[in-house]
Design a protein. Structure first.
Length: 143
């Protein structure tokens, strides 16, 4: 059953190209799904990639984890949920859960951590208050 602690999800239809020789989603593709959901989350809070670039920010992924709980197949519709789990000084960690839309079964869960980088210096930079506030406002709206 889909986890209601998430306020946001990004729908992803499994493409044939996402599957492996066994006919289910290739395990590495779940991290791509998590990336898509994370990008959607930032759009939903009003901080899309373009806005981050305008602020002079880039993102480097530094850690990713995925646990596999089930199997998704070609043409399954997945709801890939995302929520901000932690905001550090220069890092952001997003928790994700991929659920099959038809039955709510949890297929994969995990988290992705990124460090915000100043585009000019290419060094880590503090997460701006505008992003911190956008996350707080978005998450509070669901309570």
């Amino acid at each position: 059953m889909e986890d209601r602690r998430y306020r946001f999800y990004h729908p992803i239809a499994v493409r044939y190209a996402d599957t492996d020789g066994q006919g289910h989603v290739f395990y590495g593709n779940y991290l791509t799904y998590f990336d898509e959901a994370g990008s959607g989350y930032f759009r939903a809070i009003g901080c899309p990639w373009q806005k981050m670039q305008e602020m002079g920010l880039d993102i480097f992924y530094v850690d990713a984890h995925c646990q596999y709980h089930g199997s998704a197949l070609f043409e399954d519709l997945l709801h890939v949920h995302a929520t901000m789990a932690r905001i550090g000084n220069s890092s952001l960690t997003i928790n994700c859960g991929a659920y099959r839309a038809a039955d709510g079964e949890l297929i994969a869960s995990g988290e992705v951590t990124a460090v915000l980088i100043d585009m000019k210096s290419r060094k880590p930079t503090r997460v701006p208050d505008v992003i911190r506030q956008a996350v707080a406002d978005f998450e509070a709206a669901g309570e």
